[in-house]
Each structure stands twice: as structure tokens, then as C-alpha cells.
Design a protein around this ligand. Structure first.
Ligand code: HAS
Length: 549
């Protein structure tokens, strides 16, 4: 009889294929990152006229877009399969088709970057222009991911049909919310790619409406960061409590915080455009307020995690203010590595609040501070959580175990990542406050003194970046060992259960999708309809009739 707690092998193959591309992208993209920090010190000049910007594009696209999307869909498929049961063969076929389209799109995009025909960074802002194959590749990645999203939603619907009147498993519910955020948000970037950038790149139009394309990008770009974050939160809410030997803090709180993300994570893209012309101040201010609203579910998550850890520690009769901390399983990498990510999110989140604070944004925007911010959030909080997940998920799928020795190596991996990132991201934050610009290989516009101050921190970045690269190699060693060489055995996919005695049954209202999706769309329309209309109306002279170009 099949053990219900083990993901079935057909789903396993699909999930492993996702993780394979994710880690391949992480290795190559991480190597590009190492090159970057050295180019910035002025000590490294690449052969064959390879520019800093080309390497930066490889780094950004492979890490921010490819690593994350493949890992997240792989993990969400795993989470759904583990908690709602195996995918049917037709659902799995849809997901495989999506995967193949995504891989094809990745090859197209990366190939064009390597040919230096798409050196446009990961945000591919117009008027930087790439070859149309690069844009088509990105469109393929998005389209493929939608198919995978459909498979997830279908599995959820099948579970609901078979379990009428019951609340779905929490991890499956969370995967559905994250998928919805992804689909609604990526409509924006798909829109600019298909209707603006591809026709412009093919030469069908000689101009492009830059404000609209950037707005559609950021309509997608900010929920994109929550798509990354919610995957980490899935693990924090449901997996980490089980790893420490405890239970869910509150099923309804977790669901409600995810629904708040569904409603508020999308209509906030203007906070990336606060310094841009072409958008009314009032609309920017409105989206700044919404940005502060979307911070609330992160506070709910922080509260929930603290409560989980404290309740667990105190169950050992620890009465001291912090003595309960000693009881946490510090020697278990599946806990410690994501925990370091949680700690990093305290300054990372605070940095985000500074960025969002309208006038403060004027100080930090376009400086290395922002690069420091996202290396704390996506590259530490989220990535370390992904490592923590991989350290049980890969052996779970390959029928191997995380041995004591591998666990120790994983702890070293987390610690070196923390050390390297503290140096690199810390240097970026400080250099940014001193005015060092972001997305720039080298500049001395602040004068010689300024440039030498920045250089001090560039060296800090280079040392931190090198430690990080070593940590990345250790992570890849672990991934390969767990996939192919670790001893055979059964590694648990931990899923915490709610403590039914202690809490009320979560309301079915939390799964009233018509209600939540309608509210989300309503808020998006309020935040975006008038500003977009005005961008089309007031398109710059020389634009064509439709004013998209
Ligand atoms: Fe951000 C720019 C605002 C979160 C990623 N952000 C970026 C960019 C990226 C990025 C990639 O308003 C650059 C894009 C580019 O290329 O231009 N960000 C925010 C705000 C938040 C935020 C308000 N960002 C993230 C997350 C990211 C991410 C998450 C990736 C995963 N960000 C901005 C703004 C800009 C920006 C502006 C544009 C700047 C500009 O000018 O261009 C918030 O969501 C943050 C809320 C988070 C918290 C922290 C809660 C803490 C928790 C941990 C608890 C710890 C525990 C440990 C439990 C309030 C949940 C327990 C400890 C014990 C001791 C027991």
C-alpha cells in the first residue's frame, strides 16, 4: 500500500525536473554574481568584450526569474501533491507541458543574453531594447507557468469536490493563493511583452510608450517579490513548526494573512516608480498607503512565528524571558537555515519600509542601498528558506536521507551564507547611503574622494561575494549529494497539524474565492485604471495612434 506521506513517483519526477533547472540556474547565475563583484573593484576585465551589464543580465535573469520560478512551481507542486494527494495523469500532463514551454523559453532568453543581443538587465526596461527572441522566451516562461498554475488549481478543485464542505489542507490553500497572485500579476508583464516590446523589437513600431511599459512591469514586479516571499512563508507557517516538534499556531491566521497578500500585494507597483515622471503624485501616495497595508500580513507572520517558537520553548517549563530560545533545535539544518533567513528579514523588512516611505525613497532610490535591500530579502530570507526546504525535499523525492554529516555541512552552508551576505549586503547599504549608484559598473561622478569611499565598500562586497560563492558551492554539493549519493532511506516531508483543541475551526468563508478575487480586482482597478488611462491619453509626441508605442 502506498504510504500517503510520500509524494508519488510520477509527481516526484516532475518536481525533481523543476529543481534541476532551478539549481542549474542558481549555479550559473551565482557565478555571474561573483564576476560582477570583481568587475566592480576595477581589478577584473572580462575577455571577448563581455560587459558588466551583460553579466548582470545573466545574473538577474537566471536568479531572479529562472531560479525562483522553477523552484517555486516545483515546491508548490510538491506541497499540493503531499497534502491534497497525487495529481491525476491529465493534470500532470498539463504541468509537464508547462514545464517544457518554460524550459524552451529559458533557453531562448539565456541564448540571446549570451549572444549579447539582450543586455537589458532583469527588468528589461524600455527604451533598452532586446532581440525579440529574448522577449518571446520570457513570454514562454510566463505562459508555461500559467499551465502549471492551472494544474495546481485543478488538483485543489478535485480535492474540494471529493471533500465537500471541508476546508482544504493549508499548504494546498497557500499554493492556490500564491498561484492566483502569480497569474493576476503576470498578466501585466505579459501585456507589455506581447503588445509593446515584441512589436517594437520586431520593428513594427519605431517608438514605445516607456511609462506604460515600466508601469506594467512593476504591476508585476512587486507581487513577484511576494510570490517569492509567500513560498518561504508556506514553509515558515506549516513546515518549520513540525520540524521543531510543534503544531500550527493558527490555521485561520495563516490563511487570512495569505488572503491579505492576494488583495494588497498587486496594487503597489508605483512605489518602484516614485521618482518617475508621468504618474500623478496622488496616485503614487495612494499606492504608498497600500504598501503600508501589505506590510501587515508580514507582521502577522512574524507574530505567528514568535508565538510558535515561544510556545514550543515554554512547553519545557522555561519561565525566563528568553530561556525558551535554548530549546529550539539549533543543530537541525532544516530549522536553522530558514531561521537565519527569518532573522535577515527583520532588517530586510525594515529596509523595505524605508524604501516605501515616499520622501526617504528619494534618498535611497537608484543607489546601492536598494541592491543591499533585495540581497537581504530575496537572496537571504527567501533563498535560505529554499535551501532549508531542499535539504528535506530532495532526499524525500530521491528516497535518500539527510545524514548527520550532511546536516553539519548544511549548517556550515547557512552560516557562511549569513557571514558573506552580512558583509556584502552591509557594504551595499552603506555605500548606497554614501551615494554609490546601483546598476553601474563604475562611476566617479561624486569626485575622487567619493569614489575612493565607495571603493572601500566595493572591496567589502567582493570579499562578502566570494564567501557567498563558496557557500553556494557547498549548497550545490549538498543538492547533488542528496539527489544521487546520500544513503537510501525515507526522509520526511514535515507538515504541521493544527491543534484542534486550542482553536476554533477556520471559517469556510476563507475559501470563498469569488469574494477574495473580486476584492483583489476591485482594489487593482481603483489603484491603476485612472493612472493608466492618463498615461495613454498623455503619451509623448510622436507616439502612434494607440499610444502604447
Ligand atoms: Fe522590497 C525594491 C519596499 C519586501 C525585493 N524589493 C525591491 C527590489 C527587490 C525587492 C528585488 O517601497 C528591487 C527591484 C529593482 O530591481 O528595482 N519591499 C518593500 C516593502 C517590503 C518589501 C515595504 N522586497 C521585499 C521582499 C522582497 C523584496 C520580501 C523579496 C523577496 N522594495 C520596496 C520598495 C522598493 C523595493 C519601495 C523600491 C525601491 C526603489 O526606489 O527602487 C515589505 O514587504 C517588508 C515587510 C517585512 C517586514 C518584516 C517582518 C519580519 C519577519 C521576520 C520575523 C522573524 C522571526 C525570527 C520570526 C515588516 C516576518 C524569530 C526570531 C527569534 C529571535 C525567535
Amino acid at each position: 500500500m502506498q504510504n500517503k506521506k510520500i509524494i508519488c513517483s510520477e509527481d516526484g519526477l516532475l518536481i525533481k525536473s523543476h529543481l534541476f533547472i532551478a539549481y542549474l540556474a542558481l549555479g550559473l547565475g551565482g557565478f555571474a554574481g561573483l564576476l560582477q563583484v570583481f568587475i566592480k573593484t576595477g581589478k577584473l576585465i572580462l575577455p571577448f568584450n563581455i560587459s558588466y551589464y551583460q553579466v548582470l543580465t545573466v545574473h538577474g535573469v537566471l536568479l531572479a526569474l529562472v531560479f525562483t520560478t522553477f523552484f517555486i512551481f516545483g515546491f508548490m507542486l510538491a506541497a499540493v501533491s503531499r497534502t491534497a494527494g497525487c495529481f491525476s495523469s491529465s493534470m500532470r500532463r498539463i504541468a509537464w507541458l508547462g514545464y517544457i514551454i518554460m524550459v524552451l523559453g529559458t533557453i531562448m532568453a539565456v541564448f540571446m543574453i549570451l549572444l549579447n543581443k539582450a543586455t537589458v538587465l532583469y527588468t528589461f526596461y524600455a527604451p533598452l531594447q532586446a532581440h525579440w527572441i529574448f522577449y518571446a522566451g520570457l513570454a514562454f516562461i510566463i505562459f508555461g507557468s500559467w499551465l502549471e498554475g492551472i494544474a495546481i488549481i485543478c488538483r485543489y478543485a478535485a480535492w474540494k469536490k471529493a471533500n465537500k464542505g471541508r476546508l482544504s489542507p493549508l499548504l494546498t490553500f497557500m499554493a492556490v493563493v500564491n498561484t492566483l497572485i502569480w497569474i493576476i500579476a503576470s498578466l501585466g508583464v505579459a501585456g507589455t511583452i506581447v503588445f509593446q516590446l515584441i512589436p517594437w523589437s520586431l520593428g513594427w513600431h519605431s517608438t514605445v510608450n516607456v511609462v506604460i511599459s515600466r508601469t506594467l512591469f512593476w504591476y508585476f514586479g512587486h507581487p513577484l517579490v511576494y510570490f517569492w516571499l509567500l513560498t518561504a512563508y508556506m514553509s515558515w507557517y506549516v513546515i518549520i513548526p513540525k520540524i521543531i516538534g510543534w503544531k500550527l499556531y493558527s490555521d485561520s491566521l495563516a490563511r487570512f494573512s495569505f488572503l491579505l497578500f492576494l488583495i494588497f500585494s498587486i496594487p503597489v507597483g508605483f512605489h518602484h516608480q516614485l521618482m518617475e515622471p508621468g504618474i500623478g503624485q496622488g496616485w503614487k501616495f495612494f499606492q504608498v498607503i497600500l504598501t503600508f497595508v501589505v506590510i501587515i500580513p508580514s507582521f502577522m507572520t512574524a507574530f505567528s512565528m514568535f508565538a510558535t517558537f515561544e510556545a514550543f520553548g515554554r512547553s519545557y517549563q522555561n519561565t525566563g524571558l528568553f530561556s525558551w530560545l535554548k530549546k529550539l533545535p539549533w543543530k537541525d539544518a532544516r530549522f536553522l537555515v530558514p531561521f537565519i533567513g527569518m532573522i535577515a528579514f527583520i532588517p530586510g523588512g525594515a529596509g523595505g519600509i524605508i524604501n516605501a516611505s515616499s520622501q526617504m525613497n528619494a534618498v535611497v532610490h537608484n543607489t546601492l542601498w536598494i541592491t543591499g535591500h533585495f540581497h537581504l530579502t530575496i537572496s537571504t530570507t527567501v533563498t535560505l528558506t529554499f535551501f532549508g526546504i531542499s535539504y528535506f525535499l530532495i532526499p524525500h523525492l530521491t528516497g535518500r536521507t539527510l545524514t548527520k554529516k550532511l546536516n553539519k555541512i548544511a549548517i556550515i552552508q547557512g552560516a557562511t551564507w549569513a557571514g558573506g551576505m552580512t558583509m556584502m549586503s552591509g557594504s551595499m547599504h552603506i555605500a548606497g547611503l554614501l551615494g554609490a549608484p546601483r546598476r553601474t559598473a563604475y562611476t566617479d561622478y561624486g569626485g575622487a574622494k567619493q569614489a575612493s569611499d565607495w571603493m572601500f565598500y566595493q572591496i567589502g562586497q567582493a570579499i562578502g561575494g566570494s564567501i557567498l560563492f563558496i557557500s553556494l558551492l557547498i549548497a550545490l554539493y549538498l543538492v547533488i549529494s542528496l539527489a544521487f549519493f546520500a544513503p537510501k532511506g525515507i526522509e520526511e516531508f514535515p507538515v504541521a497539524k493544527p491543534d484542534v483543541a486550542e482553536q476554533h475551526k477556520p471559517l469556510l468563508l476563507l475559501e470563498n474565492w469569488k469574494l477574495w478575487i473580486s476584492i483583489a480586482i476591485f482594489v487593482i482597478i481603483i489603484a491603476y485604471a485612472i493612472p493608466l488611462y492618463s498615461m495613454i491619453q498623455h503619451a509623448p509626441p510622436g507616439s502612434s495612434g494607440y499610444k502604447l508605442w
